[in-house]
Design a protein around this ligand. Structure first.
Ligand SMILES: Nc1ccn([C@H]2C[C@H](O)[C@@H](COP(=O)(O)O)O2)c(=O)n1
Ligand SMILES: [Zn+2]
Length: 162
């Protein structure tokens, strides 16, 4: 008879949990996004979160959502979690991999997802579903054959004391 533990976390809980943990590194005061890219053999290949490009100080560049001048907002500077995860990968090809992300990818990240050969996107929040950027993403993924589905929250509370 096996004495295997029964209450272990599922693959989806594990990878979405890693994506969410990664998002906790973000300095964005309003939306923290995390991403985790996984091989077909369920090995973690890369992670990322939304932040500024290397060399651009978190303390000097703006984090504002609005401003008279777009140059005073975060939007023109931040690298999205998905693009960071793709760019952070140094192991060669991402073809055939899955991408877990805490917020549905925008159209720009979607282009990078498709072009890097990622075949499946598992997202948590879809809070910008009505924005043209999200609608365009879904249109491109449908055309390119990239599958996407919303993560089904188990509501398991995972506590880590660090
Ligand atoms: N899939 C996404 C969508 C957005 N982001 C980043 C870009 C910004 O830093 C933030 C969104 O800010 P908000 O407009 O909600 O204040 O999230 C991303 O990394 N991935
Ligand atoms: Zn994006």
């Amino acid at each position: 008879m096996s004495d295997k533990r029964e209450n272990y976390i599922s693959w989806d809980e594990y990878f979405m949990g890693v994506a969410m943990l990664s998002g906790m590194r973000s300095k964005d005061p309003s939306t923290q996004v995390g991403c985790c890219i996984v091989s077909p053999e369920n090995k973690i290949l890369s992670m990322g979160y939304n932040g500024l490009p290397r060399g651009c100080s978190d303390d000097e560049f703006p984090w504002a959502r609005e401003g008279e001048d777009p140059l005073e907002t975060k939007y023109v500077y931040t690298v999205h979690s998905e693009l960071n995860a793709i760019l952070n990968y140094s192991g060669g090809s991402l073809a055939g991999s899955k991408l877990y992300v805490s917020l549905f990818p925008c159209n720009e990240c979607c282009k990078a997802i498709i072009q890097s050969g990622i075949v499946e996107v598992i997202f948590d929040s879809d809070k910008y579903a009505d924005e043209p950027s999200t609608i365009a993403s879904k249109k491109m993924m449908d055309a390119a054959g990239v599958r996407y589905y919303q993560y089904h929250r188990s509501n398991r509370q995972i506590t880590i004391r660090v």
